[in-house]
Design a protein around this ligand. Structure first.
Ligand code: ZN
Ligand code: ZN
Length: 556
């Protein structure tokens, strides 16, 4: 039999025997899209970083919302949404089994209140401009983050303090432009490092201190471009590099990247895994094609899930004790047996096609329910009627080709470019619209400031930046988008003698994301032992890419 062709990208893809084990177990038909297009669709369900001012439809208060005002449904502040002044069952409606299901679901979704931002309000202190966040103190423009203090313009940082412009970092402190770094301190412009400190432009280093422009080093000190120096020589050369102006920093970045390309590359970033494939994958067993994940067991095609995820397939964003999730996005925390769901939080089980439900059991096609059981389209059924209706509905949906498919794209409230899909799989507006995604054209508000200055006219060194800069807007060097400087970030740049950024925070974020490897694996032979291996380096790339065994032989 010919392999299926993806309905979105038309590529042939394989549904393997291992995939079938899951599909049979979940009692669902074969997917109609390839794993990558399935992930794109699920990632469209999460808008982490685009926030808009609007009125709370419950209290009238001005709030920040992840939903743009043009969405049809009411939007409540998190406190109002979690309050008991409303009940999702008030919007319940009769199901017509013989009519297409998704339009009925969409009609329900368009009237049920949605939560403005996904934050655990009681754990947030002076951190209003954040989303998908909990346990934050004095943080600004941070997204998909937990347990941080004094962090700014960062995403996916956890248990961190005093970080600016960082992505995917854990347990780190005082870093700027660090990507995928763990337990680092005073590390700048570095990627894939652990336990490093007081360093600039490191790549794949562990336990290094006072190093600049180094790759693949272990427990080193006073090294520049992998050359071991004496302390005196290191200090002399570091002074000559003078990493205090944008020009010098850019020059050092270019030189480091050119140097890194000549050095051996690790096929993927992965640690402490058994029988697993993927990238930025840690502490996992039997995980197949999983990206940015930790603590998985028996999982396939997952992304951005962690903290104990078992027997799940096509699951992205969150985790934290989740078992048997299939085709779900942004669901988690004690989740069991969820299929085709989005944004269902905490203590849910046996849900299908649910959206924004919490503490629910045995529900189908419900939106915004709290602690309910045996509901379909937000209508209460008896246990027996629920079972009967569900069976009839699945049979009718199977006949119409609906069962087994994720929510159609037009049910999603976010433009493709508002969602985190854009980070993993950037598309142009034309490409997104052609695939059936929506797009949200955004215009920056004109900042209410006394002065707007092009970035090129900023004094090159932080020493020459006056306090008055807090009253200005800076126009991005790349796009001329205006942005402001906060007091907290000015203090950070002054403390570490770093220049002010020249790009808009969104452009800085995009640049960091582009620096990460693609969320895709290719087969290619190890440059040393010639064993076929899985890697994020596309076959045409000219770097010397090594399998884990050969890589470790070279670095130690
Ligand atoms: Zn596809
Ligand atoms: Zn090898």
């Amino acid at each position: 039999m010919a392999p299926p062709t993806c309905l979105d990208c038309s590529a042939a893809f394989t549904v393997t025997e291992d995939d079938w084990k899951f599909l049979r177990d979940f009692d669902v038909p074969e997917p109609k899209r390839c794993p990558q297009c399935r992930l794109m669709r699920r990632m469209n369900e999460r808008n982490a970083r685009h926030l808009y001012w609007r009125a709370c439809d419950a209290t009238g208060k001005r709030i920040l919302s992840q939903y743009h005002a043009d969405q049809p449904f009411p939007v409540y502040s998190p406190a109002a949404w979690w309050g008991d002044t409303w009940d999702g069952l008030d919007h319940g409606r009769a199901l017509d089994v013989d009519k297409p299901f998704f339009p009925q679901f969409k009609a329900l979704k368009s009237v049920v209140p949605h939560q403005a931002r996904f934050v655990i309000e009681t754990t947030m202190e002076n951190s209003d401009y954040t989303n998908c966040a909990g346990f934050m103190k004095n943080c600004y423009l941070c997204f998909e983050v937990d347990y941080n203090e004094d962090c700014q313009y960062s995403n996916r940082v956890y248990h961190c303090k005093n970080m600016v412009d960082c992505s995917n970092c854990y347990d780190s402190e005082i870093c700027c432009q660090a990507i995928d770094c763990t337990a680092c301190h005073s590390v700048f412009f570095s990627q894939d490092c652990q336990n490093c400190s007081e360093s600039w432009f490191l790549r794949n280093c562990i336990g290094c201190r006072e190093c600049i422009g180094c790759i693949n080093q272990r427990q080193k000190r006073f090294m520049i471009f992998n050359e071991q120096l004496t302390e005196a020589e290191y200090k002399k050369r570091k002074a000559v590099l003078a990493l205090h102006t944008q020009q010098r920093i850019d020059a050092c970045r270019t030189r480091s990247e050119e140097f890194f390309r000549t050095q051996p590359q690790r096929n993927v970033q992965a640690e402490r895994n058994q029988n697993s494939t993927g990238d930025h994958l840690y502490d996992s067993k039997d995980a197949h094609e999983c990206f940015d994940c930790k603590d998985l067991e028996d999982c396939r095609y997952c992304a951005k899930v962690a903290m104990g995820v078992k027997s799940s397939m096509d699951y992205s964003s969150w985790g934290d004790h989740a078992e048997r999730l299939y085709m779900c996005s942004a669901c988690g925390n004690n989740a069991f047996d969820l299929k085709f769901c989005t944004t269902c939080t905490t203590n849910n089980s046996n849900l299908e096609y649910c959206d924004g439900c919490t503490g629910c059991k045995d529900c189908f096609g419900c939106v915004g329910l709290k602690k309910k059981q045996h509901c379909i389209l937000n209508k209460q059924y008896t246990k027996e009627d629920y079972a009967k209706t569900r069976t009839a509905l699945i049979a009718a949906m199977t006949e119409r080709g609906e069962w087994g498919e994720y929510f159609p794209k037009d049910v999603c409230p976010y433009g493709y470019n508002e969602s985190i899909a854009m980070e993993y799989f950037p598309l142009t507006k034309e490409q997104a619209l052609k695939l059936g995604y929506s797009w949200h054209d955004e215009k920056d508000d004109v900042p209410d400031v006394k002065k707007v200055i092009p970035a090129s006219q900023l004094p090159p060194s932080i020493a020459d930046i006056p306090d008055d800069v807090l009253n200005w807007a800076v126009k991005s060097e790349a796009s001329r988008r205006p942005f402001r400087i906060t007091r907290q970030e000015l203090q950070f740049y002054r403390a570490h003698d770093l220049p002010l950024p020249r790009l808009h925070p969104e452009e800085r974020h995009e640049a960091r994301i582009l620096q990460r490897p693609p969320r895709r694996l290719w087969s290619r032979p190890c440059a040393s032992c010639k064993t076929e291996m899985q890697t994020t380096f596309a076959p045409e790339r000219t770097e010397r890419v090594l399998c884990e065994k050969c890589y470790l032989k070279e670095v130690y």
